[in-house]
Design a protein around this ligand. Structure first.
Ligand SMILES: [Zn+2]
Ligand SMILES: [Zn+2]
Length: 294
């Protein structure tokens, strides 16, 4: 694992510890997250993904034209590491989280016996194909979001390794679109960064972060300021929700000038599930799936 990724795991771990103290109402899921993170870090050390074969000059053209570098379906995956991590995470679910214990046990049994084909789930995740998940979840009698989340968590070391390698091959600092320069996925959450509070997004798929265009909705490019609003959770100005009345989307935004940084915001995403609820109750829609919507 590269030094940067190792450092990232440390920072995510620090953020997790801080939020566990501050947001004790989410202790059950954050405690599980801490165990999963340790298992992911362990797996990350072993994860090797092949290089994506794209010429450097093609990469530069793609960035200039606003095309993401790699299609999701073409993301390189270390299947063995993903399989191993899937079983470890199922075991953690079984032993560490009462809500997930039943699903963890069923999935572990199915994975070990071969009744559940993890390669098929990996492909379905890359292809963004929820039908495969629906069928498998139904067969096994488990909750669909749990199956999707455990698969995605197992796949993340491969996605992170591939995204890190791609980000080093071409300059991405001028990218200003609402979707990720590496994989084209939408933001999971965003942070306000630096003195000017530039909105920086965290990718919902590959974990890359990039600066969003100023004063516009990242989902529909709407720039009508009266249709772009923020609201805050009660008594909490660290987190805000940006809504767009043109496309009906919302995006949670964290003021990282108060602590943390954009790359660790997956933790904040879990700890602000109440804001997703508020936004949904107000009729707005989250565009990127919630990884930890379990
Ligand atoms: Zn991405
Ligand atoms: Zn919009």
């Amino acid at each position: 694992m590269g030094a940067d990724l190792n450092d990232l795991y440390q920072r995510v771990g620090d953020r997790l510890n801080l939020l566990r103290q501050k947001r004790i109402e989410h202790e059950e899921i954050l405690a599980f997250y801490a165990k999963v993170l340790a298992a992911q870090q362990e797996a990350q050390r072993e994860t090797k993904v092949p290089d994506v074969h794209l010429r450097e000059d093609h990469l530069t053209v793609k960035v200039e034209e606003g095309f993401p570098l790699v299609d999701r379906e073409s993301f390189p995956v270390d299947e063995n590491c993903t399989l191993g991590l899937f079983q470890t995470i199922c075991r953690l679910a079984m032993e560490e989280n009462p809500v997930l214990a039943g699903a963890g046990e069923t999935l572990l049994e199915a994975a070990v016996s071969g009744a559940l084909d993890i390669s098929q789930l990996i492909t379905a995740t890359l292809n963004n194909d929820s039908t495969v998940f629906e069928v498998r979840a139904n067969d096994l009698g488990i909750n669909l979001p749990i199956l999707q989340a455990l698969t995605k968590l197992s796949l993340q070391p491969s996605l992170f390794a591939a995204a890190e390698a791609m980000a080093q091959r071409v300059a991405l600092s001028d990218w200003r679109h609402g979707y990720c320069p590496i994989c084209g996925a939408l933001p999971a959450i965003a942070g306000l960064v630096g003195e000017e509070g530039k909105r920086t997004a965290l990718c919902s798929f590959c974990g890359h972060s990039w600066q969003l265009p100023r004063l516009s909705c990242p989902f529909c490019d709407n720039t009508e300021q009266e249709q772009l609003r923020y609201f805050y959770g009660e008594g909490d100005d660290l987190y805000r929700v940006q809504v767009c009345d043109q496309c009906g989307s919302y995006l949670k935004v964290v003021d990282t000038r108060e602590g943390g940084d954009v790359e660790v915001l997956a933790v904040d995403d879990v700890a602000t599930a109440h804001l997703d609820l508020l936004a949904e109750q107000a009729g707005y829609q989250r565009r990127a799936p919630r990884l930890w919507g379990i």
